[in-house]
Design a protein around this ligand. Structure first.
Ligand code: A2P
Length: 327
């Protein structure tokens, strides 16, 4: 049930992975179990999500029982924006590997092109207005050198970036010895980011789409996380429903197939066994050129996660996480 994209270093990455943002504890354990049962081999997590040890527990069970081999898995985790200085890289991956109960991860990403300051207890520092405080000391070129060392010492197979725009990628490429394997960005029919994706492809960087279903229901998780908003429901778009009916597939399957058919990787999140099976069951149909064109015409530049304040910046002096939706 898996199909793969070959990365610029020759490793093969499954086109569909399980997203785990906003899933933790027993809920994520059950989801990982159901996902592995359904045939998922690519799992996307992050230190920032706080669910690596729950995921690790299930992976360990499957590996120890011989139900899956390590080399069949493609595990992705990320260096958090609260700890992305060069000196953080080794301790962060060491902790992630311990939590995941793995010797290596397949892909390790710099989670964001900006950094935030933390309090001594590790929580995110906020100013008097409740805005997150930037950490202006981080230089991602220097961090990348430490990421490259992880490839050399075998702790990670591939390294990449997330939420980087063209300018930020260009800056990194000036000094990088290893090119990023992937850039993980928000990508769905309402936020297509075609210029950025074309640039990534020109540079040999594969694109992984997060929020491929528009993060349906995100508001219930994130009422107080000002950068996030809920979009109009993508599975209710008439064109999407029409195409779904024509193929006898669901709207979610059409949204995912569109990402694959245009050459990208998708990490839909679900903690529901039936829906996560549905999301992997997209390799028995293909959209026509006319259908792809119809979906390309839906672009609205509508974001779930608004990182636009930081575009063009490594760490911009004016940088603040502004609660732009609740002014
Ligand atoms: P659930 O976890 O209850 O299945 P995204 O991957 O874009 O962030 O979207 C995730 C959201 O979409 C979650 O709320 C998830 O809910 C829901 N979802 C995942 N798969 C499907 C599907 N096949 N059909 C409808 N909703 C889905």
């Amino acid at each position: 049930s898996n199909q793969y994209l070959t990365l610029n270093n020759g490793y093969k990455m499954p086109l569909i992975g399980l997203g785990t943002w906003q899933a933790s504890g027993e809920e994520v354990e059950n989801a990982i179990d159901a996902a592995l049962e359904a045939g998922y081999r690519h799992i996307d997590t992050a230190a920032r999500y706080g669910n690596e040890s729950a995921i690790g527990k299930v992976l360990r069970r499957w590996l120890d029982a011989g139900k899956v081999k390590r080399e069949e898995l493609f595990i992705v985790t990320k260096l958090p924006p609260t700890a992305n200085a060069p000196s953080d890289v080794l301790p962060v991956i060491t902790k992630s590997l311990a939590d995941l109960q793995l010797d290596y991860v397949d892909l390790f990403l710099i989670h964001t092109p900006f950094s935030v300051s933390t309090n001594p207890d590790g929580s995110i520092k906020k100013d008097a207005q409740g805005l997150m405080v930037p950490d202006l000391s981080t230089n991602h070129g220097a961090t990348w050198v430490e990421m490259e060392k992880l490839v050399a010492n075998g702790k990670v197979k591939s390294i990449g970036i997330s939420n980087f725009d063209e300018e930020q990628i260009g800056r990194l490429l000036k000094t990088a010895k290893i090119r990023p394997a992937t850039n993980q960005i928000e990508h769905h029919v309402y936020l297509q980011q075609r210029d950025l994706i074309n640039y990534c492809k020109e540079q040999g960087i594969a694109v992984t789409a997060y929020s491929p279903l528009g993060s349906r229901g995100i508001a219930k998780f994130n009422a107080s996380f000002g950068m996030v908003r809920e979009l109009p429901d993508l599975i209710e778009i008439p064109e999407v429903k029409e195409i779904a009916a024509a193929h006898g597939k669901s709207p979610a399957q059409v949204l995912l197939r569109w990402i694959i058919d245009t050459g990208n990787i998708a990490i839909p999140k679900s903690t529901n066994a039936a829906r996560l099976r549905e999301n992997l069951n997209i390799f028995d149909f293909k959209l026509t050129e006319a259908e792809v064109a119809k979906l390309l015409a839906l672009d609205q530049n509508l974001r779930v996660c608004d990182f636009t304040l930081f575009h063009g910046c490594e760490v911009h002096p004016e940088f603040r996480f502004k609660n732009i939706y609740n002014k």
